[in-house]
Design a protein around this ligand. Structure first.
Ligand SMILES: *Cc1c(COP(=O)(O)O)cnc(C)c1O
Length: 374
Protein backbone atom coordinates (compact mmCIF):
# COMPACT_ATOMS: atom_id res chain seq x y z
CA UNK A 1 0.00 0.00 0.00
CA UNK A 2 2.76 2.49 0.89
CA UNK A 3 5.40 3.31 -1.71
CA UNK A 4 7.88 3.57 1.16
CA UNK A 5 7.10 1.61 4.32
CA UNK A 6 8.32 2.66 7.77
CA UNK A 7 10.41 -0.48 8.06
CA UNK A 8 11.46 -3.43 5.91
CA UNK A 9 12.79 -6.79 7.11
CA UNK A 10 16.39 -7.61 6.24
CA UNK A 11 15.48 -11.21 5.35
CA UNK A 12 16.50 -13.43 2.43
CA UNK A 13 16.68 -17.16 1.75
CA UNK A 14 19.22 -17.61 4.58
CA UNK A 15 16.56 -17.10 7.25
CA UNK A 16 14.23 -19.49 5.40
CA UNK A 17 17.00 -22.09 5.14
CA UNK A 18 17.91 -21.77 8.83
CA UNK A 19 14.30 -22.23 9.96
CA UNK A 20 13.86 -25.18 7.59
CA UNK A 21 17.01 -26.90 8.85
CA UNK A 22 15.85 -26.53 12.44
CA UNK A 23 12.44 -27.97 11.59
CA UNK A 24 14.07 -30.87 9.77
CA UNK A 25 16.38 -31.53 12.72
CA UNK A 26 13.19 -32.34 14.69
CA UNK A 27 14.39 -30.35 17.71
CA UNK A 28 12.29 -27.21 17.48
CA UNK A 29 11.92 -26.06 21.10
CA UNK A 30 14.71 -24.59 23.27
CA UNK A 31 17.92 -26.49 22.49
CA UNK A 32 21.21 -26.24 20.59
CA UNK A 33 20.18 -23.36 18.30
CA UNK A 34 19.10 -21.28 21.26
CA UNK A 35 22.39 -22.03 23.03
CA UNK A 36 24.31 -21.02 19.89
CA UNK A 37 22.27 -17.82 19.49
CA UNK A 38 22.94 -16.89 23.12
CA UNK A 39 26.68 -17.58 22.83
CA UNK A 40 26.93 -15.52 19.66
CA UNK A 41 24.96 -12.61 21.11
CA UNK A 42 27.06 -12.61 24.31
CA UNK A 43 30.26 -12.69 22.24
CA UNK A 44 29.22 -9.80 20.01
CA UNK A 45 28.29 -7.66 23.01
CA UNK A 46 31.27 -8.73 25.13
CA UNK A 47 29.00 -9.68 28.01
CA UNK A 48 29.28 -12.75 30.23
CA UNK A 49 25.72 -14.05 29.92
CA UNK A 50 22.98 -13.78 27.31
CA UNK A 51 19.76 -15.70 27.94
CA UNK A 52 17.18 -15.95 25.16
CA UNK A 53 13.54 -15.36 26.10
CA UNK A 54 10.21 -15.25 24.31
CA UNK A 55 10.25 -11.43 24.01
CA UNK A 56 11.62 -8.29 25.64
CA UNK A 57 8.58 -7.67 27.80
CA UNK A 58 9.30 -10.82 29.80
CA UNK A 59 12.98 -9.92 29.82
CA UNK A 60 12.06 -6.66 31.58
CA UNK A 61 9.80 -8.58 33.97
CA UNK A 62 12.61 -10.97 34.93
CA UNK A 63 15.12 -8.11 35.16
CA UNK A 64 12.95 -6.43 37.80
CA UNK A 65 12.69 -9.70 39.75
CA UNK A 66 16.46 -10.28 39.52
CA UNK A 67 17.35 -6.90 40.98
CA UNK A 68 14.85 -7.45 43.80
CA UNK A 69 12.07 -5.00 42.96
CA UNK A 70 9.01 -5.90 45.04
CA UNK A 71 5.43 -4.73 45.58
CA UNK A 72 5.29 -1.07 46.58
CA UNK A 73 8.86 -0.27 45.48
CA UNK A 74 9.27 2.69 43.15
CA UNK A 75 10.98 2.38 39.79
CA UNK A 76 11.94 5.51 37.85
CA UNK A 77 11.38 5.16 34.11
CA UNK A 78 10.63 7.28 31.04
CA UNK A 79 7.09 7.92 29.83
CA UNK A 80 8.38 8.40 26.29
CA UNK A 81 8.83 4.67 25.66
CA UNK A 82 6.91 1.65 24.48
CA UNK A 83 4.32 0.75 27.12
CA UNK A 84 5.98 -2.62 27.82
CA UNK A 85 8.82 -0.85 29.67
CA UNK A 86 6.27 0.35 32.22
CA UNK A 87 3.90 -2.63 32.17
CA UNK A 88 6.78 -4.78 33.43
CA UNK A 89 7.00 -2.59 36.53
CA UNK A 90 3.32 -3.28 37.23
CA UNK A 91 3.84 -7.05 36.83
CA UNK A 92 5.81 -7.01 40.09
CA UNK A 93 3.29 -4.58 41.66
CA UNK A 94 5.88 -1.86 41.85
CA UNK A 95 5.10 1.81 41.21
CA UNK A 96 6.31 3.56 38.04
CA UNK A 97 7.65 7.06 38.67
CA UNK A 98 7.99 8.86 35.35
CA UNK A 99 11.08 10.90 34.61
CA UNK A 100 11.03 13.54 31.89
CA UNK A 101 13.41 13.43 28.94
CA UNK A 102 16.38 15.77 28.51
CA UNK A 103 15.27 18.00 25.61
CA UNK A 104 13.76 18.11 22.13
CA UNK A 105 17.24 17.33 20.81
CA UNK A 106 17.73 14.46 23.27
CA UNK A 107 14.57 12.49 24.10
CA UNK A 108 16.25 10.10 26.57
CA UNK A 109 15.47 10.16 30.27
CA UNK A 110 16.96 13.12 32.13
CA UNK A 111 19.50 12.28 34.85
CA UNK A 112 18.60 15.54 36.55
CA UNK A 113 14.92 14.58 36.70
CA UNK A 114 15.82 11.07 37.93
CA UNK A 115 17.67 12.69 40.81
CA UNK A 116 14.63 14.83 41.66
CA UNK A 117 12.31 11.83 41.73
CA UNK A 118 14.25 9.59 44.09
CA UNK A 119 12.45 8.82 47.36
CA UNK A 120 13.22 6.35 50.17
CA UNK A 121 11.05 3.84 48.24
CA UNK A 122 13.03 4.04 45.00
CA UNK A 123 14.63 0.70 44.19
CA UNK A 124 15.61 0.84 40.53
CA UNK A 125 15.83 2.89 37.34
CA UNK A 126 14.84 1.62 33.92
CA UNK A 127 16.49 3.61 31.15
CA UNK A 128 15.46 3.30 27.50
CA UNK A 129 18.01 4.12 24.83
CA UNK A 130 15.66 5.96 22.49
CA UNK A 131 16.28 4.99 18.87
CA UNK A 132 19.53 3.33 19.97
CA UNK A 133 20.94 6.69 21.16
CA UNK A 134 22.40 6.24 24.62
CA UNK A 135 21.09 7.80 27.79
CA UNK A 136 23.58 9.79 29.89
CA UNK A 137 24.86 6.59 31.49
CA UNK A 138 27.85 8.08 33.36
CA UNK A 139 25.61 10.41 35.34
CA UNK A 140 22.80 7.86 35.75
CA UNK A 141 25.18 5.16 37.03
CA UNK A 142 26.73 7.66 39.45
CA UNK A 143 23.28 8.57 40.81
CA UNK A 144 22.42 4.87 41.12
CA UNK A 145 25.62 4.20 43.03
CA UNK A 146 25.08 7.14 45.34
CA UNK A 147 21.52 6.00 46.20
CA UNK A 148 22.10 2.23 46.02
CA UNK A 149 19.71 1.76 43.08
CA UNK A 150 19.78 -0.93 40.40
CA UNK A 151 19.80 0.03 36.73
CA UNK A 152 17.98 -1.91 34.02
CA UNK A 153 18.64 -0.95 30.41
CA UNK A 154 15.77 -1.32 27.96
CA UNK A 155 18.12 -1.64 25.00
CA UNK A 156 15.47 -2.84 22.54
CA UNK A 157 16.48 -0.14 20.08
CA UNK A 158 20.20 -0.60 20.36
CA UNK A 159 21.81 -3.97 19.64
CA UNK A 160 25.56 -3.30 19.10
CA UNK A 161 25.06 0.43 19.64
CA UNK A 162 27.64 2.04 21.93
CA UNK A 163 28.06 4.57 24.71
CA UNK A 164 31.70 5.67 25.06
CA UNK A 165 32.84 2.40 23.43
CA UNK A 166 30.69 0.23 25.71
CA UNK A 167 27.78 -1.70 24.26
CA UNK A 168 24.30 -0.62 25.32
CA UNK A 169 22.79 -3.16 27.70
CA UNK A 170 26.15 -3.94 29.34
CA UNK A 171 26.46 -0.77 31.43
CA UNK A 172 23.68 -1.27 34.00
CA UNK A 173 22.91 -4.39 36.05
CA UNK A 174 20.76 -6.05 33.39
CA UNK A 175 20.12 -5.31 29.69
CA UNK A 176 16.98 -6.27 27.77
CA UNK A 177 16.56 -6.71 24.00
CA UNK A 178 13.68 -7.42 21.63
CA UNK A 179 13.67 -9.33 18.36
CA UNK A 180 10.12 -8.39 17.39
CA UNK A 181 9.75 -8.17 13.60
CA UNK A 182 10.36 -4.42 13.32
CA UNK A 183 13.48 -4.32 15.52
CA UNK A 184 17.08 -4.20 14.27
CA UNK A 185 17.28 -7.98 14.76
CA UNK A 186 14.03 -9.74 13.79
CA UNK A 187 12.92 -13.24 14.65
CA UNK A 188 9.13 -12.67 14.75
CA UNK A 189 8.90 -12.69 18.52
CA UNK A 190 11.99 -12.98 20.68
CA UNK A 191 14.04 -11.36 23.39
CA UNK A 192 17.30 -11.51 25.29
CA UNK A 193 18.42 -10.74 28.81
CA UNK A 194 22.11 -9.94 29.26
CA UNK A 195 24.14 -9.53 32.42
CA UNK A 196 27.65 -9.93 33.81
CA UNK A 197 26.19 -11.22 37.10
CA UNK A 198 26.47 -15.04 37.43
CA UNK A 199 23.65 -15.30 39.99
CA UNK A 200 21.28 -13.25 37.84
CA UNK A 201 22.06 -15.48 34.86
CA UNK A 202 21.45 -18.72 36.76
CA UNK A 203 18.18 -17.39 38.18
CA UNK A 204 17.02 -16.22 34.73
CA UNK A 205 17.50 -19.75 33.39
CA UNK A 206 15.36 -21.10 36.23
CA UNK A 207 12.66 -18.46 35.94
CA UNK A 208 12.30 -18.76 32.14
CA UNK A 209 11.39 -22.42 32.48
CA UNK A 210 8.92 -22.83 35.37
CA UNK A 211 11.62 -22.75 38.05
CA UNK A 212 12.67 -26.24 36.94
CA UNK A 213 16.24 -27.37 37.54
CA UNK A 214 16.60 -28.95 34.07
CA UNK A 215 15.08 -28.42 30.62
CA UNK A 216 13.62 -30.98 28.19
CA UNK A 217 16.67 -30.81 25.93
CA UNK A 218 19.02 -31.80 28.73
CA UNK A 219 16.76 -34.71 29.63
CA UNK A 220 16.47 -35.79 25.98
CA UNK A 221 20.28 -35.78 25.78
CA UNK A 222 20.45 -38.00 28.85
CA UNK A 223 22.16 -35.28 30.89
CA UNK A 224 19.48 -35.54 33.56
CA UNK A 225 16.45 -37.66 34.21
CA UNK A 226 14.59 -35.80 36.91
CA UNK A 227 14.02 -32.22 37.98
CA UNK A 228 12.98 -30.22 40.96
CA UNK A 229 10.98 -26.98 40.97
CA UNK A 230 12.75 -24.58 43.27
CA UNK A 231 11.01 -21.27 42.58
CA UNK A 232 7.77 -20.07 40.98
CA UNK A 233 8.84 -19.62 37.37
CA UNK A 234 7.26 -18.97 34.00
CA UNK A 235 7.36 -20.25 30.47
CA UNK A 236 9.45 -17.43 28.98
CA UNK A 237 11.64 -19.57 26.72
CA UNK A 238 12.71 -18.82 23.16
CA UNK A 239 12.56 -21.81 20.79
CA UNK A 240 15.10 -23.13 18.31
CA UNK A 241 13.16 -22.06 15.21
CA UNK A 242 13.27 -18.43 16.29
CA UNK A 243 16.86 -18.78 17.52
CA UNK A 244 18.08 -20.19 14.21
CA UNK A 245 16.68 -17.11 12.46
CA UNK A 246 18.35 -14.96 15.11
CA UNK A 247 21.75 -16.49 14.35
CA UNK A 248 21.43 -15.48 10.68
CA UNK A 249 20.31 -12.01 11.71
CA UNK A 250 23.40 -11.63 13.90
CA UNK A 251 25.58 -12.43 10.87
CA UNK A 252 23.95 -9.50 9.08
CA UNK A 253 23.59 -6.93 11.84
CA UNK A 254 26.93 -5.11 11.53
CA UNK A 255 26.50 -4.50 7.79
CA UNK A 256 22.85 -3.58 8.36
CA UNK A 257 23.81 -0.94 10.92
CA UNK A 258 26.47 0.51 8.62
CA UNK A 259 23.83 0.85 5.88
CA UNK A 260 21.46 2.51 8.33
CA UNK A 261 24.18 5.00 9.24
CA UNK A 262 24.39 5.93 5.54
CA UNK A 263 20.62 6.38 5.44
CA UNK A 264 20.86 8.66 8.47
CA UNK A 265 23.60 10.71 6.81
CA UNK A 266 21.42 11.07 3.71
CA UNK A 267 18.56 12.36 5.88
CA UNK A 268 20.87 14.78 7.72
CA UNK A 269 22.15 16.15 4.40
CA UNK A 270 18.64 16.55 3.03
CA UNK A 271 17.03 18.04 6.14
CA UNK A 272 19.91 19.90 7.75
CA UNK A 273 18.92 23.48 7.03
CA UNK A 274 15.15 23.07 7.05
CA UNK A 275 13.67 25.49 9.55
CA UNK A 276 10.72 24.25 11.58
CA UNK A 277 12.21 20.87 12.39
CA UNK A 278 14.69 19.58 14.93
CA UNK A 279 16.60 16.38 14.23
CA UNK A 280 17.30 14.76 17.61
CA UNK A 281 20.88 13.66 18.29
CA UNK A 282 22.11 15.59 15.24
CA UNK A 283 25.63 15.81 16.72
CA UNK A 284 25.76 12.24 18.10
CA UNK A 285 29.11 10.57 17.47
CA UNK A 286 29.00 7.11 19.13
CA UNK A 287 28.30 4.03 17.00
CA UNK A 288 24.52 3.81 16.74
CA UNK A 289 21.88 1.32 15.62
CA UNK A 290 19.58 3.90 14.00
CA UNK A 291 16.51 1.89 14.93
CA UNK A 292 14.32 4.82 13.90
CA UNK A 293 14.71 8.27 12.35
CA UNK A 294 12.64 10.71 14.43
CA UNK A 295 12.14 14.40 13.74
CA UNK A 296 10.51 17.04 15.94
CA UNK A 297 8.31 19.81 14.51
CA UNK A 298 9.05 23.09 16.29
CA UNK A 299 5.67 24.71 15.56
CA UNK A 300 1.96 23.95 15.75
CA UNK A 301 0.21 21.28 17.71
CA UNK A 302 -0.69 17.59 17.49
CA UNK A 303 -3.34 18.37 14.90
CA UNK A 304 -0.80 19.94 12.55
CA UNK A 305 1.58 17.02 13.09
CA UNK A 306 -1.19 14.51 12.33
CA UNK A 307 -2.15 16.49 9.19
CA UNK A 308 1.48 16.37 7.99
CA UNK A 309 1.60 12.63 8.66
CA UNK A 310 -1.65 12.17 6.71
CA UNK A 311 -0.21 14.08 3.76
CA UNK A 312 2.98 12.03 3.86
CA UNK A 313 0.78 8.91 3.79
CA UNK A 314 -1.00 10.30 0.71
CA UNK A 315 2.41 10.66 -0.91
CA UNK A 316 2.99 6.95 -0.22
CA UNK A 317 5.23 7.44 2.81
CA UNK A 318 4.45 5.50 5.97
CA UNK A 319 5.38 7.24 9.20
CA UNK A 320 4.93 6.54 12.87
CA UNK A 321 5.26 8.28 16.22
CA UNK A 322 7.61 6.99 18.92
CA UNK A 323 5.82 7.10 21.29
CA UNK A 324 2.49 8.18 22.71
CA UNK A 325 3.32 9.10 26.33
CA UNK A 326 2.67 6.20 28.70
CA UNK A 327 1.45 8.56 31.46
CA UNK A 328 -1.47 9.59 29.21
CA UNK A 329 -2.80 6.04 28.85
CA UNK A 330 -5.93 5.27 30.90
CA UNK A 331 -4.29 2.75 33.21
CA UNK A 332 -1.31 5.03 33.91
CA UNK A 333 -3.02 8.35 34.60
CA UNK A 334 -2.93 7.66 38.32
CA UNK A 335 0.89 7.66 38.09
CA UNK A 336 1.10 10.80 35.94
CA UNK A 337 3.36 13.69 36.90
CA UNK A 338 4.50 16.89 35.21
CA UNK A 339 6.61 16.00 32.22
CA UNK A 340 6.73 19.18 30.08
CA UNK A 341 9.37 18.04 27.57
CA UNK A 342 7.69 14.67 27.03
CA UNK A 343 4.32 16.39 26.66
CA UNK A 344 5.67 18.69 23.94
CA UNK A 345 7.39 15.84 22.11
CA UNK A 346 4.36 13.56 21.94
CA UNK A 347 2.54 16.27 19.98
CA UNK A 348 5.43 17.10 17.67
CA UNK A 349 7.34 13.90 16.90
CA UNK A 350 7.22 12.11 13.55
CA UNK A 351 9.18 8.93 12.80
CA UNK A 352 10.27 8.75 9.16
CA UNK A 353 11.06 5.48 7.34
CA UNK A 354 14.36 3.86 8.36
CA UNK A 355 15.82 0.54 7.21
CA UNK A 356 19.00 -0.57 5.52
CA UNK A 357 17.50 -1.03 2.04
CA UNK A 358 16.22 2.56 1.89
CA UNK A 359 17.95 4.35 -1.03
CA UNK A 360 19.29 7.91 -1.14
CA UNK A 361 16.65 8.65 -3.82
CA UNK A 362 13.92 7.50 -1.45
CA UNK A 363 15.36 9.57 1.41
CA UNK A 364 15.44 12.61 -0.89
CA UNK A 365 11.84 12.01 -1.97
CA UNK A 366 10.72 11.75 1.67
CA UNK A 367 12.70 14.86 2.63
CA UNK A 368 11.42 16.94 -0.33
CA UNK A 369 7.83 15.93 0.40
CA UNK A 370 8.26 16.83 4.06
CA UNK A 371 9.88 20.20 3.24
CA UNK A 372 6.93 21.20 1.07
CA UNK A 373 4.50 20.34 3.88
CA UNK A 374 6.45 22.43 6.41
C1 LIG B 1 9.76 -3.47 21.30
C2 LIG B 1 10.00 -2.86 22.60
C3 LIG B 1 9.66 -3.52 23.79
C4 LIG B 1 8.91 -4.81 23.83
O1 LIG B 1 9.56 -5.84 23.19
P1 LIG B 1 8.76 -7.20 22.87
O2 LIG B 1 9.84 -8.12 22.40
O3 LIG B 1 7.77 -6.89 21.79
O4 LIG B 1 8.12 -7.67 24.12
C5 LIG B 1 10.00 -2.90 24.98
N1 LIG B 1 10.60 -1.71 25.01
C6 LIG B 1 10.93 -1.03 23.89
C7 LIG B 1 11.61 0.28 23.99
C8 LIG B 1 10.62 -1.58 22.64
O5 LIG B 1 10.92 -0.90 21.54
Amino acid sequence: MYKIPLFDLNFDEKEEQAALETIQSKWISTGPKTAAFEAKFAGMLSVKHAIALSNCTVSLHLALKLVGVEAGDEVICPSLTFVATVNAIRYVNAVPVFGDVVSYENPTISAEDIRKKITPKTKAIIVMHYGGFACDMDTIMAIAKEHDLKVIEDACHGPLAEYKRRKLGTIGDVGCFSFFSNKNISTGEGGMLITNNDDYAARTKLLRSHGMTSMSYERAKGHSTAYDVVELGYNYRMDDIHSSIGIVQLDKIQADLEKRAEVRTAYLNALNDVSGIIIPFADYTDFNSNYIFPIVLTDGDAERRDAIRAQLAEAGIQTSMHYPAVHHFSIYQEFASELPVTDFLVDHLITLPMYSKLTVEQVNYISETLKKLI
